[in-house]
Design a protein around this ligand. Structure first.
Ligand SMILES: [Zn+2]
Ligand SMILES: [Zn+2]
Ligand SMILES: [Zn+2]
Length: 239
């Protein structure tokens, strides 16, 4: 569809052109012929034009090379399913036509991708502006929501750790005077000890049950970090 015609030559057919439109309150619908995609066709001196491009040429002016004409009426109509049956494609109302780049035209369509791309706010209502937008695999992610999600995850993590820690303290309390602990070293044959004194770094223990040839009441200093089953002592209880 070339437009290598003088504007004066184009204008000569304007009257015929407008006579073949149905002017509704909004759209001016072009009568057939239509092309296979449902766009109006119109010939001037054997040069074929899209009807809407012709309407734009004679009312507004030339369309820059490589630019598309967008049907604004279609873009604004969220109900229109588009495709060949879309009546907007036949619309030649110059007020409904806008010059856009091909990319912009694709973005203005009603495809799910285009609809998502047009959204200016996230589902929670935060703006998709420069500061609040993270680009991820071609789509936009709201920074505020991401941060909130991270905080929720951290809160859950903290709660879980606190729960585990509380449980651990029941099973494995900090060393205190009067507690009975069992030596987990297999060579000790399960001997038990009682804490008689605790300092910042050590606990003073004495043999609680006499086993083998050990001397009852013998006292030893043990570093506090060893009061963990895997490090040397398992908590048994207090007496
Ligand atoms: Zn229209
Ligand atoms: Zn439409
Ligand atoms: Zn958000």
């Amino acid at each position: 569809m070339s437009k290598q015609l003088e504007i004066s030559a184009l204008m000569r057919r304007a009257e015929v052109f407008w006579a073949r439109t149905d002017r509704t309150a909004t759209c001016w619908l072009w009568h057939p012929p239509l092309d296979r995609e449902g766009y109006g066709k119109f010939s001037v001196s054997k040069v074929q034009f899209y009807a809407h491009r012709y309407a734009y040429l004679i009312t507004v002016g030339p369309i820059p090379d490589g630019m598309h004409l967008d049907h604004v009426c279609h873009t604004r109509d969220a109900q229109c399913a588009g495709g060949r049956g879309c009546l907007h494609r036949r619309c030649v109302n110059p007020d409904h036509l806008e010059v856009v780049t091909p990319g912009e035209n694709a973005l203005r369509s009603n495809s799910p991708f285009a609809i998502a791309a047009r959204r200016t706010h996230c589902p929670q209502g935060h703006p998709y502006d420069e500061a609040n937008t993270i680009r991820r695999q071609g789509s936009r992610v709201c920074r505020t929501c991401e941060r909130a999600k991270g905080e929720r995850r951290r809160d859950q993590g903290r709660a879980l750790r606190a729960q585990r820690e509380a449980l651990r303290r029941i099973e494995n309390p900090p060393p205190a005077v009067g507690q009975i602990w069992q030596d987990t070293d297999p060579r000790s044959h399960g001997r038990t000890v009682r804490i008689v004194e605790v300092s910042d770094t050590h606990a003073l223990i004495e043999l609680h049950e006499r086993l083998g040839n050990e001397t009852p009441g013998r006292r030893t200093r043990v570093r506090l970090h060893r009061f963990r089953p895997r490090r040397g002592y398992r908590y048994l209880g207090t007496n």
